[in-house]
Write a protein that binds this ligand. Sequence first.
Ligand SMILES: [Ca+2]
Ligand SMILES: [Ca+2]
Ligand SMILES: [Ca+2]
Length: 574
Amino acid sequence: MKQPTFQTSSNDAQKPMGLSVHLSGESTLLARSIPLCKTNSSERGGKPGGLASFELAKLHCSTGDAPSAGMVLILVLVVVALLSLAALSFSQWMLAEREAADLALRQSQAQALADSGIEMARVFLALDPADQNQAGGWYDNPQYFRARLVRDDTDPRWRGRVGVLSPAVDDMGLRQGIRFGLEDESTKLNLNTLLLADEYAENGARQILMALPGMTEEIADAILDWIDPDNEPREYGAEADYYAMLDPPYLPKNGPLESIEELLLVRGVTPALLFGADANRNGMVDPDEPPADTIEGVDNTDGVMDSGWSAYLTLYSMELNVRPDGRPKIYLNQDNMEQLYKELEEALGSTYATFIVAYRQNGPYTGSEPGQTGVSGQLDLAKPAKVKLTQVLDLVGVRVRVTFQGDDRPTVLESPFPDAPVISEAYMKLLMDNTTVNPSPLIPGRININQAPRIVLAGIPGMTPEILEEILTRRQKDPVDRPENRQYETWIYTEGIVTLAEMKALMPFITGGGHVFRGQFVGYFDGGGPSARVEAVLDATVRPARVLFWRNLSHLGRGYPLETLGIELETGLW
Ligand SMILES: [Ca+2]
Ligand SMILES: [Ca+2]
Ligand SMILES: [Ca+2]
């Protein structure tokens, strides 16, 4: 609709000073020049700009009769009223527009706040471990990860913050509440390395899965069949033949998973089992979420299934297998004995280097001759290796029979790495920091015994209930509080919780900590309103850490109350 237009006709000399109104467009209500009243300047009391004291009663109409003057007045009033209404709705419309623009801006700012949190975590993970600990660590560090002020403003509606949250694990190893920090992905079962467990223990992979509440042998084998490359069904499993009968039919993946959600395609896996009752993915069952005391017959009274199996599963866990200074570890199974000796001597000294190379060249000695300590000699480094180590701990508590160059008789060497808890702590750090039997700089899938929930630990092949309880009782979850020896998984051996044999059985499955981290990054304003929530997985095996996975959870709401996230904790303006 076209807008009315107005023009004055004061230049018309024949007519008294007045206003002519033209309405163009559909409305032709007023199409003629309307003569209006003329004021008597003497009756305005000579006030300059007498319109200020404009009073209808003091107006004298110089033209026209009384009824037409009244008519004109009414018309003018109608026009004025219409104009006022138009102005009012226009201003209301503009206010609503402004609010919408405000909201859109704050929404995109909230998203930027959440993304700032990801960058903040990447920066933190790029620090050396000692500096990370100095700054409070990545595990439970509200000072660094809670309510960080990103955008300061005197108006709380615009004072933007970000928080980084992860599920907390209590001293019983149960997921309980939240903490401000990151979550080590190595505290979960890595579905894509699960099949390796079968190489170390019979049905090891199934055993690991069976630790999940509500898991059955049928579902466990179906998951493994879904991942394994063959089309041969396991004892209780399902392969292509089964999925071909479904409507619509589909094929099993027969390869690594790309998302946890893919498991919903596996026979027997349901959304309730996979995700529990935590619809908004904040790690807990909120009052408005359906009660989850029982999920398909699974006992959830202790809340272990609040977030379903997804809380215990990952596709990303990985750890760096390098020396503390970033150089590759010494590969103990390399073929060149001269090179091996040289590397070992430089890092560990000649006694350790001699014994390790002698072991490689001769294998363990199982005869009755007693071993000697403190004896040394020159090895023939041209002699090729005879045995390979399956793990570093093969060197502990063994003897080697070796003939040094220039000697006529062999010598039996006692290992400089005695099988004795406490004492072993002295050499374990050197061995763990510098040597490996795995030439890869990255090891995926091992489980962090310092932080993993009870359920995940319980499934590890070789884990007994006694060992599990000892670990849960003694461990220190936060790396900041942890003595140096506890950064290696071998602390359960050096502190006497497990025997050497038990340690060697557990070793392929466990680690002291991984280098891939997950967190929920919540961007919000002190005054409430728009918020953004992002879940991201950061790979800190490279510096700066790279984002492996990013998912926007904003549509599920902020997830945590403002009091939990923290407001007005730090600001330069208040
Ligand atoms: Ca398969
Ligand atoms: Ca199979
Ligand atoms: Ca929830």
